[in-house]
Design a protein around this ligand. Structure first.
Ligand SMILES: NC(=O)C1=CN([C@@H]2O[C@H](COP(=O)(O)OP(=O)(O)OC[C@H]3O[C@@H](n4cnc5c(N)ncnc54)[C@H](O)[C@@H]3O)[C@@H](O)[C@H]2O)C=CC1
Ligand SMILES: Nc1nc(O)c(N)c(N[C@@H]2O[C@H](COP(=O)(O)O)[C@@H](O)[C@H]2O)n1
Length: 274
């Protein structure tokens, strides 16, 4: 049975997105990575750090939820968890909790929080939805020591803490930057075959940097027809300099621009040619 708050995404539109989605393959050595976010015309994710800004219109929002239904996990940085108190579930009609059984097609939320900044509790949206059977409880990737109370809260809801160990195999309180390939290895060990990485600014800019660009399999960006103005959270990766020469950081191939409502959705695969 459909629920009142469920979103719809038409097959005619999903057909256009499907070539950029993970295809089932049991032999991938790392999870399939889709980098996806919404920006303004001045390449910003939000009006200011710590502020949630609705950029996607209803049609592209439904597209994002379609993407969520097609990935095992959905990953954000702690800055986004703190700013947005996000739901991180899929609200497409027919998905588990929204007319479908169990948690079928619900992605696993993953929050990267090396220093334990995320002060979640039972009232955090993601935790409430897990309790209501409308989403999965989060995994917390951290190098910090997490209180037993918070661990219990996560575990009772079906989530867990993924402790990030330092090279000496000890939980590292000092771990502030985790290599993305190590992070993806940890997810692969947990059985994650595909992950959509939604943001925010630090996460996206880090992944788009020349060192990490090769880890991305697909990019799906919603472009909203608005300028936010200076001072927002901007998508602009560090420059790439080789042999003293400045080079573009990355480019997409197999590019498709799909108008959805007032927005346009850009899909592409990273072009690994120099
Ligand atoms: N328009 C959109 O599609 C989206 C917008 N946002 C917006 O972005 C803003 C949040 O972005 P930011 O403040 O940049 O925070 P963020 O969500 O990128 O989190 C940054 C934090 O994540 C952790 N982190 C990231 N990469 C790490 C790594 N490799 N190793 C270890 N820890 C790592 C660090 O603690 C870092 O300080 C909010 O305003 C939010 O509303 C967030 C997601 C999507
Ligand atoms: N696709 C997209 N469009 C926007 O306009 C956004 N602000 C975001 N933000 C991302 O979605 C999360 C919030 O959505 P839910 O509460 O999970 O439904 C937020 O945390 C960002 O990751 N995305």
């Amino acid at each position: 049975m459909a629920t009142r708050d469920a979103l719809k995404f038409a097959t005619s539109q999903s057909d256009q997105i499907d070539p950029y989605l993970p295809s089932p393959s049991p032999h991938l050595s790392k999870p399939f990575v889709t980098l996806t976010f919404a920006t303004s015309l001045d390449s910003q994710l939000s009006l200011a750090p710590g502020v949630q800004t609705a950029l996607s219109g209803p049609e592209s929002k439904a597209m994002t939820h379609y993407l969520r239904s097609k990935h095992d996990a959905i990953l954000i940085g702690v800055g986004t968890a703190v700013a947005d108190n996000p739901s991180l579930n899929c609200r497409i009609e027919g998905v588990g909790g929204y007319g479908g059984p169990g948690l079928v097609a619900q992605p696993r939320p993953v929050v990267v929080d090396p220093k334990g900044r995320w002060d979640f509790d039972a009232e955090s949206k993601v935790m409430k939805l897990a309790k209501e059977g409308k989403g999965k409880a989060p995994w917390l990737v951290t190098g910090a020591s997490i209180s037993q109370e918070k661990r219990d809260l996560l575990e009772r809801a079906g989530g867990k803490v993924l402790e990030f160990l330092s090279s000496s195999n000890q939980p590292s309180l000092l771990t502030s930057s985790i290599s993305w390939s190590a992070m993806l290895d940890v997810l692969a060990d947990q059985g994650v075959k595909s992950v959509m990485i939604e943001g925010g600014g630090v996460v996206i800019n880090d992944l788009l940097s020349s060192a990490n660009f090769k880890l991305i399999d697909s990019v799906v960006v919603t472009l909203a027809p608005t300028w936010l103005g200076k001072g927002g959270v901007q998508v602009c990766p560090n420059e790439r300099i080789e042999d003293g020469r400045r080079l573009p950081v990355g480019r997409l191939k197999d590019v498709k621009w799909i108008p959805l409502g007032e927005d346009v959705v850009l899909c592409g695969h990273p072009n690994m040619e120099p």
